[in-house]
Design a protein around this ligand. Structure first.
Ligand code: OFO
Length: 171
């Protein structure tokens, strides 16, 4: 039986989740190198979450008995010296992931793949939460100011957000 077009789309999304984890690890390492422990905690914890998303997709592909194809990972680029730009880069990345999920939802609808359509609804809501979280961090940084003397306060603020996200069960 031929695989539906959504099988390819779901493979791409699964690989996208792995790329996202890779980016969060690199961004977390950027913070570790600058002693921004609150920011690194949030980003490295989020990398773990991206892996759970990848596994969710993987399990769905297994359940559907569709082929599973992992792709090579590109080098994650974190070319900035500003913590505000770092979180902007993360937010831009999450917006791209959201676009990919939305395209997959449309594809599932167009091919009458109701199961995949339903499965993707969790990801639609998750993306909404992530965009809200990272936009919220950027808004806080703008309020505090992104100068060298602000880093301590930014890091403290992000550490508090990270702790409250952990207490409420995720991003
Ligand atoms: Fe998997 O949620 Fe971000 O990318």
């Amino acid at each position: 039986m031929p695989h539906p077009s959504t099988a390819t789309v779901m493979n791409d999304l699964m690989n996208g989740e792995l790329r996202a984890a890779h980016l969060y690890w690199q961004a977390g390492a950027w913070c570790v190198e600058r002693n921004l422990n609150g920011c690194s905690e949030l980003l490295l914890t989020h990398a773990d979450e991206e892996l759970t998303h990848m596994k969710k997709m993987l399990n769905y592909l297994v359940d559907c008995e569709w082929p599973i194809r992992f792709q090579a990972l590109p080098e994650p680029k974190v070319d900035t010296e500003s913590v505000q730009e770092l979180f902007q880069l993360i937010l831009d990345h999450e917006k791209k992931v959201t676009d990919g999920i939305n395209r997959a939802v449309k594809e599932a609808q167009a091919s009458d793949d109701h199961s995949t359509f339903e499965f993707l609804q969790w990801f639609v809501m998750e993306q909404r939460e992530e965009i809200k979280t990272f936009q919220g961090i950027i808004d806080r940084i703008k309020l505090i100011g992104d100068g060298p003397h602000s880093l301590y306060y930014i890091d403290k603020e992000v550490a508090e957000m990270s702790a409250s996200m952990a207490a409420s069960g995720g991003a």
